[in-house]
Write a protein that binds this ligand. Sequence first.
Ligand SMILES: [Zn+2]
Length: 358
Amino acid sequence: MRAARYYGRGNIQIDNVPEPDVAPGTVGIDVAWCGICGTDLHEYLEGPIFCPQPGERHPASGDSLPVTLGHEFAGTVYAVGQGVDDIAPGQRVAVEPYIARDDVNTGPDSTDYHLSEGLGVIGLSGGGGGLAEKIAVPRRWVHPIPDSVPLDHAALIEPLSVGYHAVERSGAKTGQVALVGGAGPIGLLTSALLKALGVTVIVSELSSLRRKKASDAGVADHVLDPREVDVAEEVRRLTKGRGADVAFECSSAQAVLDTLIDALRPAGTLVVIGIWGDRAAIDLFKLVVKEIDLRGAFAYVNSYPAVIELLGSGRIDLEPFVTHKIGLDGLIQEGFNTLIHHSETAVKILVSPSGEGL
Ligand SMILES: [Zn+2]
């Protein structure tokens, strides 16, 4: 079968590799669609970060370079390993792409397995990846999806779960006002979740194309250009002087962080989702005198069932966010290079590893 494998910085190749062994306790999946994530771009441009280091085995998976990429994927079960009796071939599924140590509680009651020591990610740390025609994944991480959710949308369950966990962390409630800083894929999906919750959403974004996407997709009530308006002033105007109840940092940009702290109401909550490569400066005076809660949100934990139910209910439409569909052969030119050089023209680029969906 064909697979996109990461050999190191700037080196991804489409290889012919053996099909995975559907070992006891695992589920064999024919991958229908796999999204390209910002994390994949970072591995390509600056890695290895989450991928194994050259000459070393990744502690989570035991795999060394090259590793198959792709952690945002969905497909159809084609085989089940010994001992798997609650899922059958033909079932459509999405994968929560974790590799957790055996001694970590990953049960439905866990609220912190995503923070556990030695955690790895399928499609980065080894363990196969979604940018291949097939993958075998431990049953724990395989989530059935209802027939009403198409497989291309199901490939977005992973980034949608990132937004879901961030909204959970914010404590946002129906009727409140949220300010979302940055309308990349995570900012847009977080906005969609907030809208579904009945929150008024204000988006601040530099790119006109992304602002248009936020408006056209109907996930923002107000879309602001920080070069045109003072965003914090505008948020206060829109909230009768109060400020936003919650804010989401989805850009890893200092100017956005400053704006969000300014625009929050006293006792508001700021959730940082962006993965910051550099240290940020925070106006701690404002944070203290406004009693702002500053919270990080990382990945997701037991979020898939709720996100899948939300998608199944039809309350979120992911169609506007799937902007490109390509095959494995176009991965670098049409996929990575578009996201690296013209990211404002794309939201989610989906790859069909077998080419069947194209
Ligand atoms: Zn990702």
